[in-house]
Design a protein around this ligand. Sequence first.
Ligand SMILES: [Zn+2]
Length: 251
Amino acid sequence: MQRRLIAAMAATVSVAACAYNEDLGRKQFLLVSNDSLVSASNQAWAETLRQGRVSQNTSYNARVTTVGQKLVQAAGVADRPWQYVVFEDASANAFVLPGGQIGVNTGLLALVQNDDQLAAVIGHEIGHLTAQHAAERYSQTAASQAIVAAGASAVGGTGTEKARLLSSLGGAGAQVGFLLPFSRRHELEADALGVDYMARAGYRPSEAVALWRLMAQNRTAGGPPQMLSTHPTEEARIQALEALIRQRGLS
Ligand SMILES: [Zn+2]
């Protein structure tokens, strides 16, 4: 009985939420949209600004904003709010929040050799947002929790047992976790979208490949931690990007 209930829930959820995304060429499981994460995102951003060291370097800020604005135009999402902030941080990192906040570290600005490479990173971050990756990850977490919660209450048991069951299956993920690394699939999708935005904005997509080579070199040279170093390896990204650039006839 319990099992049937859970299966029915899971089925309802997936029928209601699986929508085909043309840009990604696959179905997405979305219980929420990116827009419904905006207020949580704004809170996370306020916290990030409080905790991080915001750079006051006006030329850094102008550079990131200029590249970012060209890319959001190219991505067709310039009509929503975007913010660009540079953080004093030696790791070659960048991130995006669902509210359109883009953070770029000074360590990344020090590493990139040109604006095309910077555009590869920012285009990638914009890709995470347009592809609704945060909403998709949130939906997956919420659904697995709902199913586990239904299982826990059907099974009975003490509150402590239920709590343990929930936390073992990502109860902690109830916090939206915007800054967690994305999955390998999400990373590669964001790479592909980023390359399209680069090309449309007049940047050279081949510089995305050069950037990841640089990231890999910097890492083996014992540089500071690299962007999302675990997902996926630079070699896998480079190969996927090269294939994509060839296939699209870009350079
Ligand atoms: Zn990413």
